[in-house]
Design a protein around this ligand. Structure first.
Ligand code: HEC
Length: 154
């Protein structure tokens, strides 16, 4: 009994922390409006932002994901979300001034910037809930926070 209690006490906060971490990442996904281009399910597709790639099918690893969220993808509609992008040397050592005269390659700033901690949470959410996974009913319920017609159809 003592041991069971011990494990409960040790494991409960770890589990809760894991949960919160991913939920905070989902919150960032919504706050930063990733869903406006990549859709609620992350599979992207046609939208006003052009054809956004699928985050579920991405071949990028954790570092690559971090880089594209921080720096965007210059020359496409994928904006950069780090406040420090193209100011310090995190984005390929480039600064905004390096794109002068190359309007078609200029990286686009996101409407809402994220700090390093928020980007980290967002990447954890992508790794845990999106990358390499099919859209599930569980994910749908988590995303919408309540049963909706969309989730029923999954
Ligand atoms: C204005 C529309 C728009 C918004 C907002 C946006 N994206 Fe994108 N994203 C794109 C487009 C378009 C691409 C494809 C770029 C290309 O053609 O290579 C892309 C590509 C990506 C990729 C690369 C996938 C791959 O394997 O190449 C990732 C990861 C990604 N976006 C994550 C995010 C996240 C996370 C957010 C929110 C913080 C976000 N995007 C917000 C439009 C958007």
């Amino acid at each position: 009994m003592k041991y069971i209690l011990f494990f409960l006490i040790i494991l409960t906060p770890i589990n809760m922390y894991g949960q919160n971490k991913s939920d905070y990442g989902l919150k960032m996904f919504k706050n930063a409006n990733c869903n406006s281009c990549h859709q609620w399910h992350g599979n992207g597709g046609g939208s006003y932002g052009g054809a956004a790639a699928s985050i579920r099918d991405t071949g990028l690893d954790k570092e690559g994901l971090k880089k594209i969220v921080e720096c965007g993808r210059p020359g496409t509609n994928m904006p950069y979300f780090s406040k420090k992008a193209y100011k310090d040397d995190r984005c390929y050592g480039l600064k905004l001034i390096d794109f002068e005269g190359e309007d078609e390659n200029r990286p686009l700033p996101a409407r809402k910037m994220l700090n390093d901690r928020q980007i980290k949470a967002l990447i954890n959410f992508i790794m845990d809930d999106l990358k390499g996974k099919p859209v599930s009913k569980d994910y749908c319920l988590k995303y919408f926070g309540k049963p909706t017609r969309v989730c029923e159809e999954l």
